[in-house]
Design a binder for this molecule. Structure first.
Ligand code: PMV
Length: 349
């Protein structure tokens, strides 16, 4: 029996300049460019893919639970399998088994690492020789932010101008070796699934927020400034943009009608604690940022990690603090790491 299979791992990224809003919903083209840091494998998704004539239909398991492929969000994400299958001229069904090392859909960007690992594993299983840029274009169509997880280091997703999306892809602006001491201290204040998914949330913002137009201009100029700060190794410059970007994105969420709230009281206390820390150090040593959830990502340099952890100790409601370093991007894993029992065509138990 001929089987095409591969296993890959990818990590989430944390956005320094945020993506929130699509100018094309189907192709997932953003209104503004965004920039992120890819995390190392202390947070990751492992995904195994197998294409086989023996399979009667596509099947998708995440953390042991079979996903409903008729569900719109899941189908859109799984659509990347169809894109790659068409590129390879392959008509076989796929079995996909995925495992996250962190809570799903809690603002820790599981959709980014999940989609990046899925695209990477599928392309390998199908024997497609694709460059990271081409993979990022496919990943973007499953989950926008995932295109930035196709590279390690600090990565920009260019908004692009073309209607077909061929110029809206990710590219690396600094390798992990240029910023080896950059870390993300993650303060988990909730592991609940988010109430408003980013896909519908950003659509509501684009449709109803009067502040949104200003946001896209602000973000585009922040992306330019961020590139300069990254290249000149100006941590304080980067940190200022990171905090303002998070605040600006959450401001347009609040300006959405009906309003969208992702931050909770602990998130706001964390913001105050970081401003206090920077004040007491007499310079900016840390920056907070939040995605579509209340969990805080504190970007700092390794030498200041202990000071950040100390500042977080005063905040109520933090359940766990973990640190992720800067990562090197997706990788294939050996067959022995496969999550699939190829004989039974089922997840390994
Ligand atoms: O998960 P997505 O691709 O639908 O978008 C999430 C966007 C944010 O995480 C909120 C911001 C970003 O740029 O990652």
């Amino acid at each position: 029996m001929e089987q095409k299979a591969a296993t890959a791992t990818a990590s989430p990224n944390i956005a320094f300049v945020k993506y929130w809003g699509k100018r094309d919903e189907r192709l997932i083209l953003p209104y503004n460019s965004s920039i992120s840091m890819t995390l190392d494998d202390s947070l990751n998704t492992v995904t195994s893919v197998l294409f086989s004539k023996e399979l009667q239909n596509d099947r998708f398991f995440i953390n042991g639970e079979e996903q409903e492929l008729a569900d719109k969000e899941t189908a859109e994400r799984f659509g990347v399998v169809g894109i790659l299958r068409r590129m390879a001229g392959n008509g076989e069904h796929a079995l996909v088994v995925s495992r996250n090392s962190f809570p799903t859909a809690s603002g820790l960007a599981s959709s980014a690492s999940g989609t990046a690992a899925l695209v990477f594993a599928c392309s390998k299983a199908l024997g497609l020789e694709m460059k990271a840029r081409e993979l990022s274009i496919v990943a973007r169509q499953g989950s926008g932010s995932s295109c930035r997880s196709m590279f390690g280091g600090i990565v920009m997703w260019k908004r692009g101008r073309k209607e077909d999306g061929t110029d809206s892809y990710a590219r690396r602006i600094a390798s992990e070796r240029q910023w080896p001491d950059l870390v993300d201290v993650i303060a988990i204040v909730s592991t609940e699934r988010k109430r408003v998914l980013s896909r519908s949330g950003m659509r509501q913002t684009v449709e109803s927020s009067a502040l949104y137009k200003a946001r896209t201009k602000f973000a585009e100029s922040n992306a330019k400034e961020m590139i300069k700060a990254v290249k000149t190794k100006d941590f304080a410059g980067m940190a200022g943009i990171i905090m303002r970007e998070s605040n600006d994105m959450h401001a347009v969420m609040l300006d959405t009608f009906p309003p969208i709230f992702y931050l909770n009281d602990s998130s706001k206390e964390i913001m105050a604690a970081i401003h206090e820390l920077n004040g007491s150090m007499g310079k900016i040593v840390a920056a907070y940022t939040f995605d579509a959830g209340p969990n805080a990502h504190i970007i700092t340099l390794r030498e200041n990690e202990a000071a950040v952890r100390e500042a977080l100790r005063k905040v109520q409601g933090i359940k766990e603090v973990k640190t992720a370093g800067i990562g090197s991007g997706p990788k294939t894993l050996p067959e022995s790491d496969s999550l699939i029992d190829a004989g039974r065509l089922m997840p390994k138990s």
